[in-house]
Write a protein that binds this ligand. Structure first.
Ligand code: UDP
Length: 453
């Protein structure tokens, strides 16, 4: 670790798992570069500070209801409205305290979706950089939202779903980062605030690397006059034991179970922390996995199945009939799972963290995106990086079985995809080496932050 720099950074994540993880990983990276760290967190979904004794935590009352955000759009809008005053009070106190401790605050690093932080930072004359936790390619698609509007893509007519959007090829209308909502104006407003306050910041940090997304990075650099820092993949700077920002306890028994399986034989299935599926989809996935005859490790988070507590809709005797070929857990140590030699495929919803974690381990993907940027990521996985197949049709057991067999096939298309995934994994490793793209970008970020007075 470098010596302390006598500068402190304030970091504010959006309080959902897929945003907390990369922000805390970024905090670890910047701490290793000599900065002191204060995490400013909403009381909602707060991570356990005892896992980070080297950081200071400061909590503010967000006024949100303490349930999981089932309506994401309203959750995001509400968070950006209700947090302004408590966040401002919190930062004002912190600036005073850290100044008195002779460790002045160099800047605020805010999740880009917490767009309300720009006005607060301006008011307190605090430099603000943002972390955008999505892929760069999906951000380019977000940037085109005036186009979605102009063409009337929300609500989306079924007849145009398969049409390619020429300006964003290879995305089709159905791959655009949209959500099903009765309130499209609210969604457009959220995107417009996100983009405006990202442009208003002093720079953007990406959990991605240049080799993976260079066309998108070039496009953005033309549109934005602020610097871009693609310094990812974040988790690869850290040892697996240091990533302990999980809000649900991770079931380690699945690693012992994976140990009993041969290389590349297991299908790992997880749809992240927010996605929800219907009971019918759940049962079809179960049958498809069972019928494929491949061993599977399936994360069924309580709350994943709409209207169910947990596994009660699975037909009785389903797991017993598999004779140990399947394991269901509530939450897994995902990075360890993906790094395990037994895992041969990842059936994912293509949240960006999951997608990047899979790329870093060379695990081919079955893509089943559900909303917003997941759809862009899935299209890039299947049609740009070509390290996975997308489940395009309705979730139905025959289709599930077929796609698993295609991807797990040690010959033909399955082999081509696996070979490409292996190459991409190597690229993800190389970019962190001294002098390579992410390494240099991180050096540039540190120098940039130190230039603030
Ligand atoms: N994750 C985990 N255990 C699980 C499932 C997911 O630790 O059983 C982690 C995963 O490694 C990733 C995050 O949760 O870092 C999910 O983020 P992602 O962007 O993939 O999806 P989101 O939850 O935001 O939809």
């Amino acid at each position: 670790m470098s010596g302390r720099k006598g500068r402190r950074l304030l970091l504010i994540p959006l309080p959902v798992q897929g945003h907390i993880n990369p922000m805390l990983q970024l905090a670890e990276i910047l701490h290793s570069k000599g900065f002191s760290i204060t995490i400013i967190h909403a009381t909602f979904n707060s991570p356990d500070p005892s896992n980070y004794p080297h950081f200071t935590f400061s909590f503010f009352q967000d006024g949100l209801s303490q349930t999981q955000p089932s309506d994401l759009l309203n959750f995001l809008v509400e968070f950006n409205v209700k947090s302004v005053d408590p966040f401002k009070d919190c930062v004002t106190k912190l600036l005073r305290t850290h100044e008195a401790e002779e460790e002045p605050v160099a800047c605020l690093i805010s999740d880009a979706i917490c767009y309300f932080t720009q006005a607060v930072a301006d008011n307190l004359q605090l430099p603000r950089i943002v972390l955008r936790t999505s892929s760069i390619s999906s951000y380019v698609a977000f940037l085109a939202y005036p186009l979605f509007r102009q063409r009337g893509y929300i609500p989306t007519q079924a007849c145009i779903l398969e049409e390619e959007v020429e300006e964003l090829a290879p995305l089709r209308v159905k791959d655009l980062p949209l959500i099903k909502t009765e309130e499209p104006e609210k969604y457009y407003e959220l995107l417009s605030n996100l983009l405006k306050e990202t442009k208003g910041s002093l720079g953007v940090i990406w959990n991605s690397f240049e080799g993976l997304e260079s066309p998108a990075l070039k496009k953005l650099s033309k549109e934005f006059s602020i610097p871009m820092f693609p310094i990812g993949p974040f988790h690869k700077y850290l040892s697996s034991s240091s990533s302990s920002s999980s809000l649900i306890s991770q079931d380690q028994s699945c690693i012992t179970w994976l140990d009993t399986h041969t290389p590349n034989s297991v299908v790992y299935v997880s749809f992240g922390s927010l996605a929800a599926i219907t009971e019918t989809e759940f049962v079809e996935i179960g049958w498809g996995l069972g019928n494929s005859k491949h061993p599977f490790l399936w994360v069924v988070r309580p709350g994943l199945i709409k209207g169910s507590e947990w596994l009660e809709t699975l037909p009785s005797g389903f797991m017993e009939n598999l004779e140990g070929r399947g394991l269901i857990v509530k939450w897994a140590p995902q990075q360890e799972v993906l790094a395990h030699s037994a895992v041969g495929a990842f059936w994912s919803h293509n949240g960006w963290n999951s997608t990047l974690e899979s790329i870093c381990e060379g695990v081919p993907m079955i893509c089943m995106p559900l909303f917003t940027d997941q759809k862009v990521n899935a299209r890039y996985v299947s049609h740009v990086w070509k390290v996975g197949l997308q489940l395009e049709k309705k979730v139905e057991r025959g289709e599930v079985e077929r796609i698993i067999r295609r991807l797990m096939d040690a010959k033909a298309q399955g082999k081509e995809i696996r070979d490409r995934a292996f190459k991409l994994k190597e690229e993800a490793k190389v970019c962190l080496l001294q002098g390579a793209s992410s390494y240099s970008s991180l050096q540039a970020l540190v120098t940039y932050i130190l230039s603030f007075h």
